[in-house]
Design a protein around this ligand. Structure first.
Ligand code: NAP
Length: 382
């Protein structure tokens, strides 16, 4: 566990330190390296908090006015878990309220979700998206196609949706069967209705920094960071993974938010050393618990995009010990979802992190809803 000192910075502290802290921390809270390699300051709206690793405790005697003020104590604390489910609910409520306003003007934006084949996981995702649409007040259409569908037949269906005035957003659920040309299908979606943000026109606009439809998961990560008060500007951000749907757009979004961004992938040398430089880590590699405690700089913010199915008992034991919540899930389903980050170890050094499940996952549907509303507003000019 990390040691946390909470309270206001005492008046006796050197004025320069106080000033730079206050400037750095407002508004909300942030974490920054301070004074020595393992001494960090964390600022909260209620005041200033100092977070220090155990080895930094020796600095108490070096800086008595700052660290040993009467009445303040060091506590053991773990990282704050960011509640993605709650943030997603907030976003969905905001979207529902905007839809209500549009309804009074006789407008009901619509989303079409296309599923090809009968993959159980894809089918569950599609049902969840359609259900959320209906709950929020969108018009929702679900197209279920047989896996034998050819690329040309699917292109024909997408073109019909492009022409359909009731439909503002089109989402083709991935993965598609191997014989279907995924690139041709994604490029056939009208960019104005491309709520997944995968069309090259939208990706190009994102790179150029123009207002556009952006891939839902990286957009969700940005919402999580912003709504948790994480200071992105000037931060060193590491994106683990360079996929078209997560890593690349994530890196661009962070760069546009003025982070200094490094993209890592399977050929990156000395990966743990590179990741240790980061103030913000976004892990999207699809490798169970690969990011361990020693990869993470104390005080860093860690966002875990990975969703890996673990169905091996020994692996659950290794990762979570006797954690009753995990075991309850495991006994119920025969597997659990685990991120790319080793939660047990990393929570001891990070300042904030997203859990899996309940972190980035719920955000993806919430940002899909937000994108559909945005597509409708743009296309209908409302
Ligand atoms: P992907 O297309 O398979 O890409 C994985 C990326 O990770 C690639 O860039 C790959 O590098 C890199 N990588 C793989 N092994 C690595 C290693 N050992 N060291 C360093 N980099 C490595 O995956 P994705 O679609 O981006 O998804 C990533 C994870 O996020 C998956 O677990 C997925 O299920 C999850 N996900 C979750 C959501 C959600 O809503 N929560 C949404 C999307 C994805 P190379 O390019 O060099 O191969």
């Amino acid at each position: 566990m990390m040691k946390l000192w909470e309270g206001t910075i005492p008046l006796l502290a050197e004025e320069g330190w106080r000033d730079s802290l206050i400037e750095d921390g407002a508004p909300g809270w942030s974490a920054r390296r301070y004074c020595s390699a393992d001494l960090l300051l964390r600022l909260r709206p209620i005041g200033l908090a100092l977070r220090a690793t155990p080895s930094a405790l020796s600095l108490r005697s070096a800086h008595p006015p700052l660290l040993c003020e009467e009445g303040h104590k060091f506590h053991d604390v773990a990282a704050t878990f960011i509640n993605g489910t709650k943030i997603a609910e907030d976003i969905k409520r905001e979207v529902a309220s905007e839809l209500e306003n549009l309804k009074h003007r006789g407008i009901q934006p619509g989303l079409a979700v296309v599923l090809v084949g009968d993959d159980a996981a894809s089918s569950a995702y599609v049902n969840m998206k359609a259900k959320t649409c209906e709950q929020l007040g969108f018009y929702s259409r679900k197209l279920m196609m047989p896996s034998s569908l050819s690329t040309d037949q699917l292109l024909c269906e997408v073109r019909k949706l492009n022409q359909d005035d009731a439909i503002d957003g089109i989402l083709v659920q991935l993965p598609l069967p191997k014989h279907v040309n995924k690139h041709a299908i994604l490029e056939s979606v009208d960019p104005q209705k491309d709520v997944d943000g995968f069309h090259s026109a939208n990706v190009g606009s994102l790179v150029l920094g123009h207002e556009t439809l952006v891939a839902c998961t990286p957009l969700g990560v940005m919402e999580v960071l912003r709504r948790s008060g994480v200071k992105i500007e000037g931060a060193n951000a590491i994106v683990l993974g360079r996929s078209d749907d997560v890593g690349k757009p994530q890196a661009i979004l962070l760069m546009h938010a003025n982070a200094t961004v490094t993209i890592c992938h399977s050929k990156t040398r000395n990966l743990p050393d590179v990741v240790r430089q980061a103030d913000i880590v976004v892990a999207a590699i699809g490798k169970t618990a690969m990011v361990t405690r020693d990869w993470v700089k104390p005080g860093a913010v860690v966002i875990d995009v990975g969703t890996n199915k673990v169905s091996d008992r020994a692996e659950v034991q290794r990762l979570f010990g006797d954690d009753p919540t995990r075991w309850k899930d495991f006994e119920k389903r025969g597997y659990i979802w685990v991120g790319d980050v080793d939660e047990r170890g990393v929570k001891e050094v990070a300042s904030m992190m997203t859990p899996v499940p309940g972190g980035v996952g719920p955000m993806t549907i919430a940002t899909l809803m937000k994108n559909t509303l945005k597509a409708a507003r743009t296309r209908r000019a409302v």
